[in-house]
Design a protein around this ligand. Structure first.
Ligand code: SF4
Length: 352
């Protein structure tokens, strides 16, 4: 759950409030790069953090080697920063956008995009599950909420490629419950309000992050017309979900419903993914990792195939996300890639 259960590293223990999802942690118990690795790096004295900046492009010399970045500082002034090594870690949408916005005579379609893979296979997780209404109160009001999970359906589901873990959901705020009313209850009006009042404390949601099948047409591209505040082309997302993702989602929802019925729910209703593009939370896939430069963007160490000194280290390199939240995979991969970099890095001419 990435939170301190006891005081650790100068941060307090979780007090089990109900604001874990979507809000800052009031006691700093929840883990993020802002309260773990960034302070550790700053404490070495070798790291400088520049906030409120926006990278425009990676700078390349005439031979196509990266030698820095151009970025807008907090006062919107365009700055150049020379660099030996550039590591892109903007998430699957912004990392792809930055590579596509980095053009050069040798890379006319964007950095790492010689074979057109940058921006493709945008995916995330398709949440599927079920809600159960019980004849008694089930709401303990203790955050973060999820307290039991099973991995029985991540793999080996008959006729399906992949699956999801299943867990009871994070604590629901009343406004979040509005979207979880059953299909036979109106979405507004007196009947809706009465149902919410009556059922809010008597429901349990079981859900799981369904692994999405990569789809080349699910893409991040640059918008031809729209630019952001700094005049940089914005990302344009297109495509949808693979039909097999929807099939897996329906299966996982059935399993969640079975669990709730076994637990004594008097009514249950399912939730399965739709065809529309995913790619919001848990976004991944747009700079896929692989050994063949013709079918991938980065190698097994997260280095862009075409480049000696540009790396992408975030979920963009996931070929699939698997059926779990992806953060531990991202962390493991980042530590692994960093370790390999430290072992093998000889520097470039840019330093001198
Ligand atoms: S439930 Fe989440 S937000 Fe609340 S104290 Fe614990 S870690 Fe922090």
């Amino acid at each position: 759950m990435l939170r301190n259960t006891v005081p650790y590293n100068g941060r307090r223990a979780c007090m089990r409030c109900r604001w874990c999802v979507g809000f800052a942690c009031e006691v700093n118990a929840r883990t993020g790069t802002h309260n773990t690795v960034i302070p550790t790096a700053l404490a070495t004295g070798s790291c400088e953090l520049r906030t409120d900046c926006m990278t425009k492009e990676i700078l390349l010399d005439s031979a196509g080697r990266a030698n820095g970045v151009a970025y807008f500082d907090a006062s919107d002034r365009l700055q150049r920063q020379t660099a030996d090594l550039v590591i892109v870690a903007g998430g699957a949408v912004e990392s792809a956008r930055l590579l596509l916005n980095t053009r050069h005579r040798l890379f006319p379609d964007g950095l790492g995009n010689r074979h057109g893979w940058v921006g493709r296979n945008l995916q995330s997780h398709s949440y599927a599950g079920a809600t159960g209404l019980f004849g008694f109160d089930t709401f303990d009001d203790l955050g973060p909420g999820a307290s039991i999970a099973i991995s029985d359906y991540n793999h080996g589901n008959p006729g399906l490629a992949g699956g999801a873990m299943l867990a009871n959901e994070f604590i629901r705020l009343p406004y979040q419950f509005m979207g979880q009313v059953p299909p036979w209850v109106p979405r507004w009006g007196t009947e809706h309000k009465e149902f919410v009042r009556d059922a809010y404390r008597r429901t349990i949601v079981i859900m799981g992050p369904v692994q999405e099948m990569p789809l080349a047409d699910a893409r991040v591209q640059l918008d031809a017309k729209v630019k952001d505040h700094w005049g940089i082309p914005v990302a344009r997302l297109s495509g949808g979900r693979h039909p097999h993702t929807i099939e897996i989602g329906r299966y996982i929802a059935t399993k969640a419903e079975e669990w709730l019925k076994e637990a004594g729910a008097v009514h249950t209703w399912k939730r399965a993914p739709a065809k529309s593009l995913s790619g919001g939370q848990h976004q991944a896939g747009t700079c896929r990792m692989g050994t063949d430069p013709k079918t991938s963007v980065v190698d097994r160490d997260c280095r862009i195939h075409d480049m000696d000194n540009v790396y992408v280290i975030d979920a963009s390199v996931h070929v699939t996300n698997g059926g779990f939240n992806p953060v531990l995979t991202i962390l493991a991969k980042a530590y692994r890639a960093s370790e390999r970099l430290l072992q093998g890095w000889k520097g470039t001419k840019a330093r001198s």
